[in-house]
Write a protein that binds this ligand. Sequence first.
Ligand code: NAD
Length: 455
Amino acid sequence: MLRVLNPATEEVLAELAEDGPSSIARKLERAGAAQRAWAARPLAERLAALARFRDAVAADREALARTLSLEVGKPIAQARVEVGRVGERIDFFLHGVEAVLRDEVVHQDAAFEERITQEPLGVVANISAWNYPWFVGANVFVPALLVGNAVLYKPSEHATLTGLAIARLLHASGVPEDVFVPILGAGAVGAALLEQPVAGVFFTGSYAVGRRIAEAVAPRMLRLQLELGGKDPAYVAEDVDIDAAAAAVADGAFYNNGQSCCAVERIYVHRAIAAPFVEAFTAAVRSFVVGDPLDESTYIGPLTRGAHLAFLEEQLADALGRGGRLLCGGRRLERPGFYFEPAVLDRVDHSMALMREETFGPLVGIETVEGDEEAVLRMGDTSYGLTAAVYSADGERARRVLEQLDVGSAYWNCCDRVSPRLPWSGRRHSGVGCTLSVYGIHSFLQPRAWHLRRA
Ligand code: NAD
C-alpha cells in the first residue's frame, strides 16, 4: 500500500494500491498492441489529443495546483506557476514535432536515393521525480506520445496524486488508457518496471538511483536517458548591482525550497564585494516567508521528504565543524510538518560536503574568491555538470568564465531557468541525453536509413 503524506501536516492524504511485477507485465503487454495502433494514427490526431490535454490542464489549473501543493508542500503560488506554464512546453512540442518527423532525402544521384525516416521507440518507461512533476513529466511524456510511443509512467511516490491527475486528463483528452499507463509505487516498483522488456528508459532523479538504473539496464542496450542532480554554482563578479544580484541568486537558491535540479547550490563572490553581498543575500533570505504552503504569501513551505531534514542537519553540522559560519536559519520549526528554516553560511570551502554534494534543500554556502580565475577553478571542482551562472555587467567576461565549465546550461545574469526552446541536458553525473528543444523530440525517436537503389 502506498501512503501519500501531506508534508505540511504529516497527515495521510491517500492510500493507494501499488503495482507489482505481474500488474506491470500485464500493462506492458496491453501497451505493446496499443502503441502500434497509436503510432499508426495520423499525426494530426495525436496533436489534437495533446492540444486538448493542454487546454484541460489550463482549465483545471487551480485544483491541480492545490493537489501539487498538498502532496509535495510546494507553495501554492509556485504550484500555480508550474501548472500554468506547462502549456508553453506542450505548445513548443505541438509546433515542433511535425518538422522533426518529416522524411528527409539527403542524397540523390542516378543510382541511389538516400532517405531518413523517423520511428518511435515503442513502449518506453518514464520514472519521474517529485520536485517538478508537471515540468519534468511533460518534458518526457508529451514528445514521447506525440511521436507515437506508449509510456509506462511511474510518478514519484511523493507526487502520485499529480501523476494520477496527469493520467486522468490525458485519457479524457483522447490518449488511450493503454498508451499512457500510470505505474504506482516507490523505488522497488521502479526497479520492477525496469525488468520488463521496454524499448527505452527515461529517468529523472538522483545520481545515485540513475547510476543504479544505468547498471541494471546496461546489458540490454536500450535507449537510456538520465536527467540527474546538480551542484550548480553561481559566481558574482564585483561589477554587479549588489542588491539585485543578491536577490536574484537568493531566489535561484531557495525557490521551491531549494529542491530544484538547477537550484544554485554554491555561491562564489568576488572579494571586493563579499561583505555587502553576503549582507544583502542574508537579508533577502531572512525576508522569505516560511509557512503553510496553501497560504498565498508563503515562499518556503515544508520539505517534501521528512527524512531529508536529518540530511540537511548533517551537511550543516559538517560545515560548521570545518569552520563555516551560519548567518541565518538552519533549524527545524517547532510545528508539525517537515519545515527547515532557510540557512546561509559563509566562510565555507570545498572540504565541506555542503560545497560538494547535492543539498537539495534550503541551505547554501557562500565562498569568497579573488577573481575570475579562482572562480573557474572552484566552479569546475564538481562531478556534476548541469548548469552554471555568472553575474557580471560584462557579457564577454561572463562568457569567458562559462566556456571553461563543463555544463549543459550556461546562465549570464540569470539562474535556475529552463526554456522549452533550449536543450536541457546534464553532463557527467548530471546525466545522459536531453529533453526539450528539437533534440528533446529526437530523444524519443530512432532514425531509419534507407539506401534505395534505382532498378
Ligand atoms: P530519486 O532518485 O530518489 O527518485 C526518482 C524516481 O526513481 C522516483 O520515481 C523513485 O521512486 C524511483 N526509484 C528509486 N529507486 C529506484 C530503483 N532502484 N529503480 C528504479 N526506480 C527507482 O529522486 P527524487 O528524490 O524523486 O528527485 C530528486 C532528484 O532528481 C534530485 O537529485 C534532482 O536534482 C533530480 N532532478 C533532476 C532533474 C533534471 O532535469 N536534471 C529534474 C528534476 C529533478
